[in-house]
Design a protein around this ligand. Structure first.
Ligand code: NIG
Ligand code: FE
Length: 409
């Protein structure tokens, strides 16, 4: 047996069922496991019986009492900064209107843009912190936050600043995504190409210059932007050294996922209408498929994403909340894990990997987070559960007993 170097260890979590989320066995599960930390990083993980008898004197001990430990959960697709409410649209849809009907009638995203533009940075921060706190209470330690309800330079930057501040206030890892190409704002009505010029020439460079965007997203659909327009946005993002991702194939097949793959996108998201060519392109580019079962359920969609094709082609599948006021005002990543299983037919293991390892990849964080492995950041959740299947199999019952962020409680 290899000698374990215990030098530098600061904490040992013992007596844990460790779901490492690495390869080799289901959930990467070590049933009687232990995790050693060195400051904010994971130093060692393995079976309890492999632990050396002698440990440095100053190591702090945490007895997990047989509880499940997973990586901190990662919500890799949210729009959680907004003002206003769209409850009327929910009522309209229950009476038969579609998401597209409402958008074309000037409601939808555009109505949230009006309310968000009118809100101050402080008000948006308060609203967004309340939503993010719900995710944090579920053991979420990293989230992505998109802009996309500002749609002009100042308001898009306002949203991104709120996202950065939120991360600091909640000691949460936040990756920001500029989604200026979300819809055409009213001042550019019937001039979508002119708006794309504004996105490329004004909004994107300003966000990059201020270091406010970690990635760039766009909404490619009949009621969004064409692939030709998205391509222009992606080219500009690439020039500025920013990673890209795409809302693709949500309500129709525009071949958006293939375009995203061509630009080596971190992820293509939604994907209910994705076809085989799109799956193959994503597989080749190692672009993550981010599935959003909460939005699918909330909009009462019926076309399922091509799960089996994604599996066959070994496309990494992530699950996210899509938390937003229109298609998913559902502030729970764990609900999405559950819906991923019941609505999309994922296994409980796929659901867990979807909010850890593959979600980390979708945010460009795969070297730092998403699994319990030596060298990675010690973002860990100790659950009031014993088996990883419990996280998706029940809803609202399984909660974190303790959360470590950067190795600290
Ligand atoms: O991911 N469909 C585009 N964007 C969001 C919805 C945003 C909204 O309706 O406000 C989505 O579902
Ligand atoms: Fe979205």
């Amino acid at each position: 047996m290899a000698v374990i170097d215990t030098q530098g260890w600061t904490r040992l979590i013992r007596n844990a069922a460790v779901a490492t989320c690495t390869d080799g066995r289901p959930y990467g599960l070590i049933p009687k496991g232990a995790i050693a930390l060195a400051g904010s990083r994971i130093a060692w993980v393995g079976a309890r019986k492999e632990l050396p008898a002698e440990l440095p004197k100053n190591v702090a001990h945490t007895d997990a009492r047989g509880a499940l430990v997973t990586p901190g959960l990662i919500d890799c697709h949210t729009h959680l900064i907004w003002a206003g409410s769209r409850y009327r649209e929910f009522e309209q849809r229950l009476q038969g209107a579609s998401y597209e009907d409402i958008a074309r009638a000037g409601g939808g995203i555009a109505s949230t843009v009006t309310a968000t533009r009118a809100a101050s940075e402080g008000d948006l921060l308060t609203l967004a912190m309340g939503r993010a706190a719900k995710l944090v209470a579920e053991g979420v330690t990293a989230i992505e936050i998109k802009s996309g309800y500002g749609l002009d330079r100042d308001n898009e930057l306002k949203m991104l600043r709120v996202a950065r501040t939120l991360g600091k206030r909640l000691s949460l890892t936040v990756r920001t995504t500029l989604l200026a190409a979300h819809t055409v704002p009213p001042e550019f009505k019937d001039r979508s190409d002119d708006y794309i010029n504004c996105v490329c020439d004004e909004i994107l460079p300003a966000a990059a210059a201020e270091g406010l965007a970690d990635a760039v997203d766009a909404y490619c659909d009949n009621i969004g932007f064409t692939t030709a327009q998205v391509e222009r946005v992606f080219m500009r993002a690439q020039e500025l050294g920013l990673a890209v991702k795409l809302h693709a194939e949500q309500f129709s097949n525009q071949q958006g996922a293939a375009l995203a793959a061509k630009f080596k996108a971190l992820s293509a998201d939604h994907l209910e209408h994705l076809d085989k060519d799109g799956v193959q392109a994503m597989a080749t580019a190692r672009t993550v498929a981010v599935l959003l079962p909460g939005a699918y359920s909330y909009l009462r969609e019926t076309k399922l994403p091509p799960i089996e094709l994604l599996r066959v082609h070994r496309v990494p599948i992530a699950i996210a909340s899509d938390l937003n006021p229109g298609s998913a005002p559902l502030a729970s990543l764990m609900l999405n894990m559950h819906l991923a299983c019941t609505q999309f037919g994922l296994t409980t293991e796929e659901a867990l990997l979807g909010v850890t390892r593959h979600a980390a990849r979708a945010l460009g964080l795969r070297k730092e987070r998403g699994t319990i492995e030596p060298g990675k950041v010690a973002d860990l959740v100790i659950w009031n559960a014993e088996h990883p299947a419990e996280l998706a199999a029940q809803f609202g019952l399984v909660r974190p007993a303790a959360v470590l962020r950067n190795g600290a409680a």
